[in-house]
Design a protein around this ligand. Structure first.
Ligand code: 0X9
Ligand code: ZN
Length: 433
């Protein structure tokens, strides 16, 4: 049963059955108020993590790692700070020079903008009213509803459930559009395949949420005018006139520490305080109202990685049993996807991310996936429509695996240990395939 206090805190549900219309969106700030983009795409020498970290600490958003080098976005000021810190720049180009006007190619129409996502979720909920419902978890900075779809038998909208819960999140970062598509398509897959015995069991016994677009204002700005804007942050107006807070630096676990800029103009600006942003606060309220949540997966792009806490510190999480479970799960999901598993901070230390908070503050087994492609030159944030189905297909098994494990994520450690303890079984299995 839903506690009265929690029930009051939850937004209205929207079940898509009775023709209810979502409230009208009132935009507070015109996106076009953003100044001309002056950021640079910078490739620099990075023989080790220390070089990547120096760049991150100077305010560069590191996006791509390859042998001996790394690359990312930098404001001219961040680049100067990075150079002062000893960074050796190999190449730098303006975004405009490198990416041109980035007109939305016709083939990218398969990606969902905000209205299309809203209507896709509404159709999904309407297509299976016995198991799907739609919930607004709160409003964005500019007043858009942040939509979740819930899949479970026997509970709807904000009703409380004691079944083990899982939440899949997308598009904390505006330009990472594939991270909206993957959770949307996985939700649709579960509904369409609900007659499959395994999926039917999971829908019966688990409470499954998808929030495919945590940062709708940023997404809408990123595609405004039929052009890509390479926008990462939300659309908050900062005190210095710049736009946006990095939502994946705004959570209250280690907030304000390393790898999260205090300079509002930087792509990795952490915000004026932890949970200063309506979008991260909406996720917080959503999680806090649902103590049954045991597992979280936050999709990002790109680089093809499976990341687990901590991201804000090089330390391993102290609970050895939990660490073994995290490693077991990350390893399994890496095998399923072909992605590389690692502790988040092995990429770079960055504080205030979603998954550190989910694990540190709430004990939720939380993963970040960096989806396809592997590099900026394979499409980066805009890999085109051609990859969507393939990336979705690659991500079904890990999603089902996590949903299954939600009843006892520690099982992952035991299962991984069993494989290590019985190598001959593994070898037999491999030979039989
Ligand atoms: O930097 C991020 O927020 C994530 N990468 S992205 O390219 N999508 O921006 C990675 C987050 C991993 N977490 C930490 N290293 N703390
Ligand atoms: Zn991201």
């Amino acid at each position: 049963m839903l506690l009265a206090a929690n029930a009051a805190a939850l937004p209205d549900s929207f079940d898509g059955r009775g023709g209810e219309v979502p409230p009208a969106v009132t935009l507070k700030a015109p996106a076009s108020a953003i100044a001309e983009d002056i950021r640079l795409w910078v490739e620099f020498e990075a023989p080790d993590k220390a070089a990547r970290q120096a760049a991150v600490d100077a305010g560069v958003s590191v996006e791509e790692i390859k042998p001996g080098a790394a690359a990312g976005f930098a404001s001219p000021e961040a680049l100067e700070r990075a150079k002062d810190a000893g960074l050796k720049v190999k190449t730098k180009v303006s975004l405009r020079a490198r990416f041109g006007s980035l007109d939305f190619p016709e083939k990218d129409a398969v990606y969902h903008n905000y209205k299309e996502l809203e209507s896709a979720l509404r159709s999904l909920a309407a297509s299976a009213p016995d198991l799907a419902s739609m919930i607004s978890i709160g409003k964005s900075t500019q007043g858009r509803d942040i939509w979740a779809v819930r899949l479970t038998k026997g509970a709807r909208g904000p009703q409380r459930s004691d079944k083990p819960g899982v939440v899949f999140l997308g598009t904390h970062h505006a330009r990472e559009h594939l991270s909206t598509e993957v959770p949307l398509l996985i939700a649709r897959h579960l509904v369409e395949q609900r007659a499959d015995a395994e999926i039917a069991r999971l829908l019966e016994t688990r409470d499954i949420y998808f929030i495919p677009m945590v940062n709708p204002d940023g997404v809408e700005y990123d595609i405004e005018g039929g052009k890509y804007h390479m926008h990462r942050k939300n659309m908050s107006k900062n005190a210095d006139g710049s736009t946006g807070v990095d939502l994946n630096r705004n959570y209250a676990w280690g907030w304000g520490g390393q790898g999260a800029s205090s300079r509002p103009g930087d792509d990795t600006y952490r915000g004026p305080s932890a949970f200063s942003e309506p979008e991260s606060r909406a996720v917080k309220a959503f999680v806090e109202a649902r103590p049954n949540l045991k597992v979280m997966l936050s999709y990002h792009t790109f680089s093809e990685l499976v990341l687990y806490p901590w991201g804000g510190s090089d330390d391993a999480i102290p609970d050895a049993k939990a660490l073994a479970a995290f490693k077991g799960m990350a390893g399994e999901m890496a095998k399923m996807t072909g992605y590389t598993p690692m502790q988040s901070s092995d990429l770079y230390v960055a504080t205030g991310d979603t998954c550190d908070w989910a694990w540190g503050a709430k004990g939720i087994f939380a993963f970040t996936f960096e989806l396809t492609p592997k590099s900026m030159w394979d499409g980066g944030f805009y890999p085109g429509a051609g990859v969507v189905q393939r990336v979705f297909q690659a991500n079904i098994r890990p999603a089902l695996y996590l949903v299954d494990l939600a009843d006892d994520p520690y099982r992952a450690a035991k299962e991984a240990a069993a494989v290590v303890a019985a190598p001959s079984e593994t070898a037999k299995g491999a030979a039989a395939q």
